[in-house]
Design a protein around this ligand. Structure first.
Ligand SMILES: Cc1cc2nc3c(=O)[nH]c(=O)nc-3n(C[C@H](O)[C@H](O)[C@H](O)COP(=O)(O)OP(=O)(O)OC[C@H]3O[C@@H](n4cnc5c(N)ncnc54)[C@H](O)[C@@H]3O)c2cc1C
Length: 551
């Protein structure tokens, strides 16, 4: 007897009008992403991205994501004989996700890859692999981001960089230099302050050995505690400084890294976030004493880009889910995808998703060119990453909520995966600089580094004359910028972000997308919720591009 779901009928009713499983699907079937990949100089990676997209949308990887979140990591503070071990145990599915991410170069690999566009390829990989689980994006992001910060201490970088850039996932607590690949975390936030790390109270006392200190204190949030090494801020005699803290010391003994507990979090459940305590903990100085923030900011620049990337991935994933549901679900005699108002909602989401994806890849391109010495791109990256981090992550929660609603009641149920994506979204605007902190960082950059405004307006000028609404927005921005205040920072940064996104779409997207984006986000022909595009919007043009029939 055939017992596949379709052939195991209920006695009372038939199951109809429920969509088929989305998986397997191709997460790289995303025109905006593939175009951006080529435009930003990583067209050579397309075959790998497509392979990763197929893997990400496959039933197996989708199940890993679900299981890794259902079976949350568990803390084991002691072994059976009472020794402290301070380990977090993860479900096997987590390790599968990590293995793919590291092997596919989503951790530190681009720093060891001389090809132009290597950092773009990584971001594009994150955009498609982000269709699985966001939680494991945390350690891969921190590992990626630790490399440029570690370079402030060349002797340490020489030893650890080849391991942080390795494509081998080698879990387990062992002497770092004896492993085939390492993961890095970061410890900045303490109980009394996260945004304002100058309030850190953890002390770093120099030992007789140059560059070696011992730490005493705590951190209030340190994610992915199974990492091999951590970049940690602590107060040294010369001021707040950055240190590399290994969990296992070169002689094979455990460094003191006492995990008090794991956080119970709104989302990000596959990942562990802990509260570690340091007591006589060995730490190696990275960069000069007293320059801790300057050193670790190199790391934060990279993780901020990943917040934009992960938010964009969540948008795309939930849009694809919403589109799939609408394609197969009917109500009032017609498919949802054919109902005019649902088309408006999906098209509006599609615009937002494409704007986020396009900006992500532009930022990744800037990062790629900046690390190769392009000063103009470095200036653009400095301001545009903070602008993008503020705005794209701010749009994430509203976006995922709307996409969830497209599935009706099914979207509110855990099995759909939508609640998990929804819970993940606010985190991306909290860590690596919460909304206000990023907005204020934009003001700081504008005040201190005149070249960043020049770089931003240089970028916007590339679209000059293509759309009157965009030209007017750039003029408004030029007027507003000199009057920037802290109170008005969010308003200004929002304006900067939308204008930048519009300029990218005007230059690179089809008219249907660019025109509707400018009409709504710049022209004001829009309501407050998604699904309020004007009647003049070419919904068919937008939807055909965003939701090809295969989805
Ligand atoms: C799941 C999770 C994992 C994390 N993992 C890590 C980790 O691995 N390592 C790590 O170091 N940290 C980690 N963090 C901490 C995170 O980076 C901080 O929570 C974040 O930076 C905010 O700091 P805070 O919580 O101390 O809030 P606060 O700094 O107290 O900020 C509270 C609010 O005030 C706002 N604010 C702050 N300053 C100003 C100002 N001048 N003007 C106006 N508004 C302001 C902020 O935007 C925020 O909205 C994690 C957090 C979470 C939730």
């Amino acid at each position: 007897m055939d017992l596949t779901p379709e052939h195991a009928p209920y006695a009372t009713h038939d199951v109809t009008n429920q969509p088929p499983f989305l998986a397997p699907y191709d997460a790289s079937e995303d025109v905006a992403l593939l175009e951006g990949l080529r435009r930003e100089g990583a067209g050579w990676a397309e075959r790998d991205i497509r392979r990763l997209g197929t893997l990400a949308g496959g039933a197996e990887a989708q199940e890993w994501a679900e299981l890794a979140n259902r079976h949350e990591p568990e803390l084991r503070t002691h072994d059976r004989y009472g020794h402290r071990i301070d380990e977090a145990d993860f479900h096997p599915s987590w390790h599968e996700l990590m293995r793919v991410a590291v092997t596919e170069g989503l951790a530190g690999a681009p720093w060891a890859d001389d090809r132009e566009g290597a950092h773009v390829a990584r971001s594009a990989g994150g955009l498609v692999w982000g269709h699985t689980d966001a939680g494991h994006g945390c350690p891969t992001s921190m590992t990626y981001a630790a490399v440029p910060a570690l370079r402030a201490q060349p002797d340490l970088a020489k030893v650890y960089e080849p391991l942080l850039t390795s494509r081998e996932y080698d879990p387990g607590l062992r002497v770092p230099t004896e492993k085939r690949g390492l993961l890095a975390g970061m410890g900045m936030t303490e109980k009394q302050g996260g945004s304002d790390v100058r309030t850190n109270t953890t002390t770093a006392t120099p030992t007789d050995e140059p560059g070696v200190y011992v730490l005493r204190g705590h951190k209030w949030f340190t994610s992915a505690p199974m990492c091999d090494v951590f970049l940690v801020l602590a107060q040294a005699p010369g001021g707040l400084s950055c240190f590399l803290v290994p969990r296992i010391l070169p002689d094979g003994t455990r460094n003191t890294f006492r995990i008090q507990r794991l956080k119970e979090k709104l989302g990000n459940r596959s990942n562990a976030s802990c509260e570690p305590e340091f007591d006589n903990t060995v730490a190696w100085l990275v960069g000069p004493e007293g320059r801790g923030v300057k050193t670790i900011i190199e790391m934060v620049n990279c993780t901020r880009l990943d917040c934009v990337m992960m938010s964009s991935a969540l948008m795309r994933k939930t849009l694809v889910e919403a589109g799939h549901h609408a394609r197969y679900r009917s109500a009032f005699g017609a498919r949802l995808l054919d109902q005019p108002l649902m088309r408006n909602v999906l098209a509006d989401l599609a615009l937002e998703s494409e704007a986020a994806t396009t900006l992500t890849l532009r930022l990744a391109g800037a990062a790629d060119r900046a690390v190769r010495g392009d000063a103009g791109e470095a200036a653009f990256r400095r301001i545009a990453t903070a602008v993008g981090k503020y705005w794209v992550t701010k749009r994430g929660p509203a976006f995922t909520a709307e996409a969830l609603e497209c599935l009706g009641g099914n979207g509110y149920v855990e099995e759909s995966g939508m609640p998990r994506h929804y819970r993940e979204a606010p985190l991306l605007s909290i860590w690596e600089g919460s909304g206000n902190v990023n907005a204020l960082d934009v003001l700081r950059a504008l005040g201190k580094e005149p070249q960043v405004a020049e770089a931003l307006f240089g970028e916007l000028a590339l679209a000059r004359g293509a759309d009157a609404r965009l030209d007017a927005a750039v003029t408004r921005l030029k007027d507003t910028l000199p009057k920037a205040t802290q109170t008005g920072a969010r308003r200004l940064v929002e304006q900067m972000a939308i204008t930048l996104q519009a300029s990218l779409l005007v230059r690179h997207a089809p008219a249907a997308v660019a025109d509707a984006f400018c009409a709504t986000r710049l022209g004001g022909d829009w309501g407050h919720a998604f699904g309020t595009l004007p009647d003049t919007a070419d919904l068919g043009g937008i939807l055909d591009r965003a939701l090809p029939a295969g989805h």
